[in-house]
Design a protein around this ligand. Structure first.
Ligand SMILES: *Cc1c(COP(=O)(O)O)cnc(C)c1O
Length: 705
């Protein structure tokens, strides 16, 4: 077998060699991310050496490589620690030993440029990647047969540092894959298995890493090979690298190389799931294989199309990457020739109007053309995508365009904080997570005593406040702020105060600036007992996004801001887990219709946070007047007027509805009206916006049989 399974086992065995005998099995746990969504998993590793756990970025392989013999010996002789670890091991083994559901069959291949599995694996930037990670985890929980295919970025996505003026600076750190829970896939001869892809006149050689995400292998292609020159090795350096030609080279390496890697490992996938247009070259490689064995291109593509499904995530034309003909031909190497196509025919595949030679080559039109099924990621996004791509399907009206939708959902075991999960475990019955997509499973929410639910909310807010004080002080020290301002962070925030959160990729359309659009009203909210936590990283090339972040900092000397507002630097998955758990209100104010779906609000909702959001993306589907607040979405051409109107509605909601409801306490100290809203939100969001429902839809309705 050359699919990397033995290589992961060998890497775990090598790591076990440095551990005391009693702890040897921990190496096996460390090499499968299943620990990260199994209750108690993190605690087992943290307890070995809490300080080093932080230093290692919660990466258990690094922890076990670096932990001192003394702390390992101490753990080995601590009966309670050992028992917890043993229990975790048994839980994980039992899960991995379950029989497979044998669907889809043969296994589906899920291709994406980013996978957000865990903060310690730097292969993601934002929502697209986190969704891909959640899909792998859910596929594992449902025992589906699926493999993930992506790129191993040696420098990942950038890290963010903000200076005292609020301006973002970027830096990158080098990842050493030997310290990741990853193993190089080796051939029968023991040497790394490699594939070749011709890009820009040169043969780029790539190797393959395997990362186990529960039962699902994630294969990551890596151009860091001695055969490649420095420039070609750079192809897998950074996620969403600034230079468009490198980005396109990444798409060729992932699309074409990804399929070659699967074939080299003896994996012949059934369904090919293209997650966003970046990976849309993959079906061309499958067609090449068919053409090589004698088929003509069109017959080959028809056959490939039948097994290909495409998910689009981008509701604005400008967000769909497009390239010139020569850029595309350069990265495709000899593929057109091997497909028996001339340049014109290849380029026509990426245009909405095939004969329009001036039209650039779009990855999304290509994806739509090479797939037999296409979907957007929320009901509203389905509408938007049908309108947007109407020109590809000129017969009929926009509603006839064959793009459906599968609304995103989130992987609850990843996003539920432990206290909330324990409360739901207690009330929703055994195995409720496997029935999370059944509304009946959520009926029992109504029977949870208000005081118990409120107690969990208080615990989660308190934890967030402690984290926030520490992080905000650290950030301010790092920025070189005045000591008074740093000190304010250590006293900042209050365990009892209504906590509002906004964190996401700080792309311009997410309208971070709405929150402070009317500074006097925004500051008045702070006086009225609101505290606000913000985070988000604009793309390095997004000057406007960076200016919006800076705009928030302009208010930093205003009264109350130092104690009541924190902008946390370097947003990532681990920070997201804390923010979505602890905030009472989760804000989302995208400029409609630009939010394809949005998922962080779902994560907040299942932890008992309430959404206050523009009726765009998923919220248009989820909002029912009882489960949160809505800002209506009336796109207009006058963007400033729309911003002002939406900001005013936001302030109105907070001032007139949310603040009074939150502080309206009965004698028992519980805000029953608020808790009623939480329950409505848990019921409605819980049963609909989970990854279980999403994956059942993909497998049952979208994937070909
Ligand atoms: C969930 C998540 C996102 C996506 O947030 P949106 O609501 O879609 O904007 C982005 N980044 C991280 C780290 C996340 O966890």
């Amino acid at each position: 077998m050359t699919n990397g399974a033995v290589d992961v086992r060998a890497a775990a065995a090598a790591l076990a060699g440095r551990l005391p005998n009693e702890l040897g099995f921990l190496a096996e746990i460390a090499f499968n991310y299943l620990w990260s969504w199994t209750p108690g998993g993190e605690e087992v590793f943290r307890s070995i050496d809490p300080h080093r756990w932080e230093l290692c970025g919660a990466n258990p392989v690094r922890l076990l490589q670096e932990a001192s013999q003394a702390s390992l010996e101490r753990t080995a002789s601590d009966a309670a620690c050992l028992a917890d670890a043993r229990r975790l091991f048994e839980t994980i083994r039992t899960d991995l030993d379950r029989p497979a559901a044998s669907i889809p069959s043969p296994p589906a291949a899920f291709l994406c440029t980013e996978f957000g599995v865990h903060a310690s694996l730097p292969t993601y930037a934002g929502g697209l990647g986190i969704l891909a990670g959640d899909i792998l985890k859910e596929a594992s929980d449902m025992a589906l047969s699926l493999v993930g295919v992506g790129l191993l970025y040696r420098q990942g996505y950038f890290h963010q540092r903000v200076d005292p003026s609020g301006w973002q600076h970027e830096y990158w750190t080098e990842t050493d894959p030997d310290r990741l829970p990853a193993a190089l896939v080796r051939g029968d001869d023991g040497r790394p298995l490699t594939i070749d892809v011709k890009i820009r006149e040169r043969t780029v050689v790539a190797q393959i890493w395997r990362v186990d995400v529960g039962r699902i292998p994630l294969y990551l292609i890596d151009a860091e090979r001695p055969e490649n020159n420095r420039v070609d090795r750079w192809i897998t350096s950074r996620l969403y690298v600034g230079d468009r030609k490198f980005r396109l080279a990444q798409y060729a390496l992932l699309g074409v190389g990804g399929i070659r890697a699967l074939h080299a490992m003896g994996i012949d996938p059934g369904t090919i799931h293209l997650n966003e247009g970046h990976v849309a070259f993959a079906p061309l490689e499958l067609a090449r294989v068919a053409v090589a064995s004698g088929a003509d291109f069109h017959t080959a593509l028809d056959t490939v199309r039948r097994r290909t499904v495409f998910t689009t995530h981008t509701p604005v034309a400008a967000g769909n990457e497009a390239y010139t003909g020569s850029e595309v031909l350069q990265v495709l190497g000899d593929l057109p020739e091997q497909l028996h196509l001339d340049a014109k025919e290849v380029l026509a595949l990426g245009r909405t109007r095939p004969d329009e030679e001036d039209e650039p080559f779009g990855m999304t039109p290509l994806g739509l053309r090479v797939a037999s099924s296409a979907n957007g990621v929320s009901r509203r996004h389905g509408f938007v995508a049908r309108e947007m791509w109407h020109s590809l399907y000129p017969d009929g009206t926009a509603s006839d365009v064959p793009i459906t939708h599968v609304t995103n959902g989130v992987h609850f075991p990843t996003w539920l904080a432990a206290p909330m999960r324990e409360l739901l475990d207690e009330h929703l019955g055994d195995d409720w997570l496997r029935r999370a997509d059944d509304p009946a499973a959520w009926k029992a929410i109504d029977d949870i005593p208000d005081a118990d639910l409120w107690a969990v909310r208080n615990i989660l807010r308190r934890r967030l406040v402690a984290y926030l004080r520490d992080r905000a002080a650290e950030d301010r020290l790092g920025r070189g702020e005045h000591v008074e301002y740093v000190e304010a962070a250590t006293r900042a925030f209050d365990d009892e105060v209504l906590t509002v959160g906004f964190a996401r990729r700080a792309a311009t359309y997410k309208r971070l600036h709405l929150i402070t659009l009317d500074p006097s009203r925004a500051l008045r909210l702070l006086e009225q007992s609101v505290q606000l936590v913000l985070a988000g990283k604009p793309h390095p090339a997004d000057e406007e996004g960076k200016r919006l972040v800076q705009g928030v900092f302009e208010l930093k000397w205003a009264p109350h801001v130092a104690e009541r507002v924190a902008y946390l630097e370097d947003y990532d998955l681990a920070m997201a887990q804390r923010l979505v758990a602890g905030c009472d209100i989760w804000l989302n104010v995208p400029r409609p219709p630009m939010e394809a779906c949005g998922t962080s609000g779902m994560k907040a909702a299942i932890n008992g946070g309430l959404n206050c959001s523009v009726l765009d993306g998923w919220w248009e589907e989820a909002y029912n007047a009882e489960n949160g607040w809505a800002i209506s979405a009336h796109p207009t051409r006058d963007l400033d007027a729309m911003d002002a109107q939406d900001a005013n509605r936001l302030y109105d909601i907070l001032e007139n509805e949310a603040i009074p409801l939150f502080y309206d306490r009965s004698e028992d100290g519980v805000p029953h009206g608020w808790v009623r809203k939480i329950k409505a939100s848990l019921r409605s969001v819980g049963s609909q916006f989970n990854a279980t429902r999403m994956m059942r839809e993909y497998v049952g309705r979208v994937y070909p049989r």
